[in-house]
Design a protein around this ligand. Structure first.
Ligand code: IPM
Ligand code: MG
Length: 383
């Protein structure tokens, strides 16, 4: 029997290609796993009205962790149009299966390292090496939203009218059917968990500072809670700098002085935003690996999406997915394999001989660029 059972979820679009490429690498390193395919994504929405079928959840529960390629999401009306006609008018509505998985398995921590590998021509600077800790189940991603706005929510909101004459009147003027509300839910324990993990990481990996990304001057309650908790947790780590930045300001500072930041911690939406920004500093989505981690289970998924434009062309950069598999090896405790894999990726990047179009600076699929699979083979050869 294999040492590990890994749920294998290519998902949509280029997810399939980058997963296939990653498999070549994992096999080359003789990683001892049984891979169990699991259905997820757009096709299952169209055919079954559910992008995350129950059988998939069952499979995940029987495995150690999951590797996941990418997902296609479309707005509500387009999703309904692509649903099998026999399933229409049944009240089905599309949801993001990855957001659902994070909730279902309480994958509370989204870890997103952004490292400028030497020799990567896409590095914004060569001295960037940071990690984003993104809270992964709360905030605006809690899915507590309304449209149209129910009367009782409008009434509860009206209690907040004190000191703002006529504001609700302006908002609700055209009727509650014209008002949408999304909420940002944050708990003390959610804030504490993500803050503590970021400081623990800083301690274990000798990082000098942790920066909280928030906006407490405007989001006074949620941002205020997160900021208070961050300061409390910071007291337990006296040797580590505890910096605070607003989400807007950090977008500027990350462009000016990204090398100054080592660990960023943020709630869900701000973490989503800032992690794309950080990815852009170290080569873009082709290099951005990520992990959704809970207490008992984890889903490893690169930051990039399904890139429908490149679907089936074997041209996208598999580094993000391969480095995501490296994060899986780390989480499983296979530290030396993880290091070996990262070193192989770093060597291919440094040599600069084999690379996809993004790295080579040519159009996708044009002479001079290598295919997804060729890059994976180059990594495999370095192992
Ligand atoms: C990410 C993605 C997802 C998110 C989308 C696809 C739902 O942007 O993992 O960062 O917003 O969390
Ligand atoms: Mg994102």
């Amino acid at each position: 029997m294999a040492k590990y059972k890994i749920a294998w979820m290519p998902g949509d679009g280029v997810g399939k290609e980058v997963m296939e490429a990653t498999r070549v690498v994992l096999d080359a390193m003789k990683f001892d796993a049984e891979y169990i395919p699991a259905d997820i994504g757009w096709d299952f929405w169209c055919k079954e009205g559910n992008p995350l079928p129950d059988r998939t959840i069952k499979t995940l529960k029987e495995t150690d962790c999951a590797l996941f390629g990418a997902i296609t999401s479309k707005p509500r009306d387009e999703a309904n149009e692509e649903l099998d006609p026999s399933l229409r008018d049944k009240g089905l509505s599309y949801f993001s299966p990855i957001v659902k998985l994070r909730q279902l398995f309480n994958l509370h921590t989204n870890l997103r390292p952004c490292k400028a590998y030497p020799g990567n021509p896409l590095n914004y600077r060569d001295d960037i090496d940071l990690v984003v800790f993104r809270e992964n189940t709360e905030g605006m991603y809690g899915g507590i939203e309304w449209f149209p706005l129910p009367e009782k929510i409008a009434t509860a909101m009206a209690d907040k009218e004190v000191g703002h004459p006529d504001r609700m009147k302006r908002w609700f003027d055209k009727g509650l059917e014209n008002v949408a509300v999304s909420t940002r839910v944050m708990s003390r324990q959610g804030c504490e968990s993500i803050c503590r993990q970021s400081f623990e990481y800083a301690k274990n990996f000798n990082r000098k500072s942790v920066t909280l990304v928030e906006k407490p001057n405007v989001l006074r309650e949620t941002g205020g809670l997160m900021t208070r908790v961050f300061r409390e947790v910071a007291k337990d780590y006296p040797g580590i700098g505890a910096w605070e930045a607003n989400i807007d300001a950090i977008c500027m500072w990350m462009i000016k002085n990204p090398q100054d930041y080592e660990v960023l911690v943020a709630e869900n939406m701000f973490g989503d935003i800032v992690s794309d920004l950080c990815a852009g500093l170290v080569g873009g989505l082709g290099f951005a690996c990520a992990a959704n981690i809970g207490d008992e289970y984890a889903v490893f998924e690169p930051t990039h999406g399904s890139a429908p434009k490149y679907d089936g062309k074997n041209v996208v950069n598999p580094m993000a997915m391969i480095l995501t598999a490296k994060m899986m090896l780390d989480w499983l405790g296979e530290k030396s394999d993880a290091q070996r894999l990262e070193a192989a990726c770093a060597a291919v990047i440094k040599e600069g001989k084999v690379g996809t179009y993004d790295v080579k600076g040519v159009r996708a699929g044009q002479p001079g660029s290598n295919s997804t699979m060729e890059v994976a083979q180059a990594v495999a050869a370095k192992l």
